[in-house]
Structures are given as structure tokens and as C-alpha cells.
Design a protein around this ligand. Sequence first.
Ligand SMILES: NC(=O)C1=CN([C@@H]2O[C@H](COP(=O)(O)OP(=O)(O)OC[C@H]3O[C@@H](n4cnc5c(N)ncnc54)[C@H](OP(=O)(O)O)[C@@H]3O)[C@@H](O)[C@H]2O)C=CC1
Ligand SMILES: O=C1O[C@H](COP(=O)(O)O)[C@@H](O)[C@H](O)[C@H]1O
Length: 497
Amino acid sequence: MNQPSKQASVIVIFGATGDLAKRKLFPSLYNLYCKGVLAEDFAVVGVARRQLSNEEFRSNVHDAVIHTACMDKDDKHEEFSSHFFYQPFDVTKKESYQDLKGLTESLDEQFDIPHNRIFYMAMAPEFFGTIALNLDSEGLLEGDGFNRLVIEKPFGHDFQSAQKLNDEIRQVFSEEEIYRIDHYLGKEMVQNIEAIRFANSLFEPLWNNRYISNIQITSSETVGVETRGGYYEKSGALRDMVQNHMLQMVSLLAMEPPGSLTTEEIRSEKVKVLRALRAVNKDEVNDYFVRGQYKQGEANGETLPGYREENNVDEESNTETFVAAKLMIDNFRWAGVPFYIRTGKRMPTKSTNILIEFKDMPMNLYKNESGKLGPNILEVHIQPEEGITLHLNVKDTGDMRKTTPIELNFNNKQKNNMNSPEAYERLLHDVMKGDATNFARWDEVALSWQFIDPISVAWANEKEQDFPNYSAGSMGPDAADKLLEKDNLHWWSSPKA
Ligand SMILES: NC(=O)C1=CN([C@@H]2O[C@H](COP(=O)(O)OP(=O)(O)OC[C@H]3O[C@@H](n4cnc5c(N)ncnc54)[C@H](OP(=O)(O)O)[C@@H]3O)[C@@H](O)[C@H]2O)C=CC1
Ligand SMILES: O=C1O[C@H](COP(=O)(O)O)[C@@H](O)[C@H](O)[C@H]1O
């Protein structure tokens, strides 16, 4: 048998019969297997309440990856599934943990794995504390190898609940052992923000309030809440998207250059941005934030239901399915530069796009169609396109005193032959390598909740009388446009969306 790799591990998935495991985790592990990242020395133990045999579980895994192809190689679905094992599990029962300990130790021997463990919490957060304490008390963390805990979002519902959850898991796991997933941090172009900024002398000197007018981040989804009404009613777009994904993108765009690309240096710079975010108190919420809820509408000739007609949604629901906001970062670099963000469900396109609008030239020497020189804009296309577009003005071919706008485009997928890995694949690989850079540190999570909480409290206390206020299939309520019009600006719609 080959020497086991140092990172070889037994991966335990709590909630292995659920949606996340099926749609994201198994296909990502399969891709890693195809690429040779997972060698022969790995094993996955799935646990959940229902009674399944190993064979039944493997058949579920097989079905989940059957449409995922190994690039340029023969498919290995059977071989891959043979690394999977199942154990029926009750999170509250000691015997479940003792059985799990026995199984993981026997897999160490069978697959020649050092005592390395990755515990992936793909279950409701209310169980995380209990699981962590039992893993410790039942001896599953003993041994020479590493123990890593991967925690899914939502990490709490507000600052207080996040702190309680953090305290519970920190009784057992150190901060370095905890990997708090924010899957946006696994996206190729989100990771590219740092490279675009810090590897190009063209941009970095301009990346401040002297040259940038404003930054706009739009993350729009075409889907409604589908089967997730129960969860979403308690969450809303503010907690579901803004507290985590949107603020993470803001941090990466606004942070100072780290001294080096180490995990802690990068995360510490992001934390400084969150500390400098101007707090919005309850009386100012309407100046900085807009909320929306979709009503019935149309897209591609299809009638789409309103949010209040979805399953498990209250017919008078006050939950927002759209948020737009103006964020101010009160530090030397960003004073006076608004960061506008918007995100919502049932919008016309599935797209995430960042747009950096540079300030106008001090004087316009040129004439063009509109009489106004268009601004330089750098767009970072996060999804579905992955790339950047730089909008410039060049001389019109016919008239030397006239300009015409042009675009310089880079498409990442073309460069990578369409094989850019999925976010979960990248993040799972990072966990295996022990690289926590693209995971949220506790202080990032704490600060983002502290910023969000006054807004969610204000919205919970004051029912929005205008709800529902945007049609499914539209770009959100008019108030989101007015938020920028007040500043003599407008949302740029991306040609790549
Ligand atoms: N689905 C997604 O795309 C995303 C999910 N998440 C988060 O991931 C977590 C899991 O989500 P998802 O997979 O969608 O949820 P599901 O409801 O589909 O799955 C939940 C899993 O937990 C198991 N489970 C529930 N109660 C217990 C219990 N008492 N003891 C043991 N196992 C239990 C269920 O299995 P059984 O019924 O057999 O016990 C099932 O395997 C949640 O925290 C969610 O917020 C985060 C981002 C995206
Ligand atoms: O975390 C979440 O993200 C998805 C959007 O993710 P994306 O990668 O498809 O952009 C969102 O639909 C979901 O509500 C939220 O929980």
C-alpha cells in the first residue's frame, strides 16, 4: 500500500441524508476524487437519524454524483462510493458517539489513515453544541492527528445566538480548528478580488476615495424561496445574504493590503473593515437600507407567485426577500465613498456582479453622443460569468474630438477550459489542507452580526406597510433606485448579467 498522505482523513458528515450533502458535498468530494486530491486513503462516514445500510447510503451517494463527470478520465462512481459508510445516529445518545468512534477507528486501519478527523455539520445549528460536547466526552477527538470542525451557515440568528453557539463549540474546538463556511469565499472570482487589487500596480494606487466614486455589488437570484419558506421566514434576505456573503465581498474590496497572504493577516485586514463600517442606528435605517418583498409577477412568459403565496410563508409576512443598502466605511481610504449593495430573490437574472465606478475626469475635453464622458468602470463578474470587464473611453474612429466607450474583457472560464472548480469543492479541499483563509473567523462573524442586528430589530418592530412592493421578475422596489438617486448616482446594469 502507498504511504498515506499527511492530510488523509475520515470525514464525518452529520446530516448526510440531507439536501446539502446530496447537492453540494458528495459532488464536490467526487470532483476532488477525480482530480486525485482524495487518494485511496480517505473514508466518509455519513450519519443521520434514518436507518440505512451502507449499501443504501452508497446508492444515494452514487445517485448524487452520477451526473458529475470526471474530466478526461473514466468515471469512477462505484469506486468512489465504496469509501462511504453510514451509521444511524441520535445526536443526544452517548451510544451513537461510541459506535461512531468504533467505526472511525476501524476505518483508520482499513484505509491506513492517521487519526485525522473532519467533522462536517450539515444539520440544523441547534445540534452543533451538543455534537461538539459529545465528540469530546466520548473520546472521538483523542489521538495524534488533527480534528477539524466545519460549520455551515447560518452561524446564529443574531449576535447573541452566534456568541452562544461559538461559546459552545469553543469549549471543545480551538479557533484554528473551526472552519465557518461562507461559500461565497470559495467562488473563484471572489478569491480573485485580492489578486486583482494587490497584483496590479494599475489598480491599487487608484483604489481609494480620491479616484473611486462608488462601488456597487448586486447579487440577484431568479429563484423564490421554493421549499425553504420555514427557514426563510425567520431569516429574510438581510440575515440570509447580507450578514455573510455581501459583507464578505465588501471586506475583500475595502481591506488594506495584508503584509503577507497568510490566513491571519488576511482575516485581520478584513476585520478592520468591518470595524470601520458606519453603524446604522434604528432611527437612520431608512436613510441607508431599503427592504423589499416580491409579489406575483411574470418572467419569460410564466406567472410567478408572490412570496406570501409560497409554502410555509405567513400570508401577512413581514419578511424581506430583497435588501438594498448604502454602506459607508469610515476610514482614511474610504471616507465619502458609498458601497451600495443589493440582493434579492425573484429578480430577472441569476447573477453576482461587482462594479467599481471611478470618478469623472476633472474636465471633459471630448464630445460624445450624450455630451458626457462615461466613467471608467471595472466590473468583476462573480457568476455566472467569471471574469472582469474594464470600461474605457477611446477615440472615435471618425472624429478625433469624439470618444467612444470600449470594453476590455477577461473570461476566466475560457482561460480555464470551463473547469473552474465549484465553491464547495475549493472549500472542502482547503479544510483538508488545513487552510482557513477562506472561512470566517469568529470576530468577522461577531462584527457583521453587530452591524446587522439594529437593522433587523428596526424591521421586526416596524411592519412594512408597502409589502409586497416589487413584482417577481423585476429588479426590486423603486426605493432601491432612489437610494442612489439621492446621491446623484444610479445602479449600473451589467451587460454580462
Ligand atoms: N441545502 C443547502 O443548500 C444549504 C444548507 N445549509 C445549511 O446546512 C444545514 C443542513 O441543510 P440541509 O441539508 O438543507 O437540511 P436537510 O433538512 O435537507 O437535512 C438535515 C439533515 O439532518 C439530519 N437530522 C435532522 N435531525 C437530526 C437528528 N436529531 N439527529 C440526527 N440527524 C438529524 C437529517 O436526516 P434524518 O432526517 O435522516 O435524520 C438530514 O440528514 C443547515 O444548517 C442549513 O442551514 C447552508 C447553506 C446551503
Ligand atoms: O447562502 C445562500 O446562498 C444562496 C445563493 O448562493 P449562490 O451561490 O447560488 O449565489 C441563496 O440562494 C440562499 O438563500 C442562501 O442561503
